[in-house]
Design a protein around this ligand. Sequence first.
Ligand code: 6CS
Length: 342
Amino acid sequence: MSRMSKLKKLAGISAFAFAAMTAANSVNAANWRYAHEEYEGDVQDVFAYKFKEYIENNSEHTLQIYRFGELGESDDIMEQTQAGILNFVNQSPGFTGALIPEAQIFFIPYLMPTDMDTVIKFFRESEAINEDFPELYAEKGLELLKMYPEGEMVVTVDEPVTKPEDFNNKKIRVMTNPLLSETYSAFGATPTPLPWGEVYGALQTNMIQGQENPIFWIESGGLYEVSPNLVFTSHGWFTTAMMANQEFYLNLNAQDKMLVQRAADFAFEEIIKHIDGLADEALAKIQKASDEVTVTRLNAEQIKAFKDRAPQVEKKYIEMTGESGKELLNQFKEDLKEVQSK
Ligand code: 6CS
């Protein structure tokens, strides 16, 4: 056989092999389903679309994303994920706290630092976040892929608040975990747990007089229109978590498991860039859109009055979570100390 015909034959074989591989890949190609709790362009949506971009650029798989309301409330998408109807879900500890009590740790006020670089470092390096939480989620049939911060919590109220007494007789909406209710009781308010879908209407009809959320969400959800007094209390960060149905994840082959992990790492890095400066931009948009909005940044002395009430919430957290919660809290504090000392 001439050299040329040998080459042609080889090329034919490899073209055949390539076609066979591609066919095999497309036979194995799946359309995965992923739901989150937010709207187009919000932080969880950016995360989901970056995850999709990585998956689709690096495999034959495709990802179908469902935003808030398309499949129900946060609790509905979690149920659908646990049942295996959805493959991936982004649910915030604000709601997961009812299922995994330890996830309420994020609602112990003044536990998290306020400085964004320290917060990000903590999420990257913390043993509690990266080793202990995955075990707790696994007990509920969930493969935790990433926990990430969305922004500092800001309270919006019908009148500016500077001390706990100002919260008296005010119903403040909280996400549906019992510890967050304890926090607002400790702050002097009457906590009112509500799913997200009911918040705007409840503020508009004065059924509640306030709520807490990161600034980007106060802007994108138009909350400032019905709750115009923004109070920066420095008491915590809105944290969220992205995970997979564990049975689905464990049944993936090694290559796809790696793909999913890398896609989550990629989306995390992109989200860190995305949230940098986001709060300031959103505040500027709010101030441009409304003359009614007031901004109150509590000073150190005013913060102290709220912070002094944090130990009673920490005590409640330990009562609610027992030994496992106590261990997690110790690890959490150790990790925070480590990142803060660097
Ligand atoms: O307050 C809430 O319920 C919503 N807040 C944010 C920032 N994301 C989703 C969540 O449902």
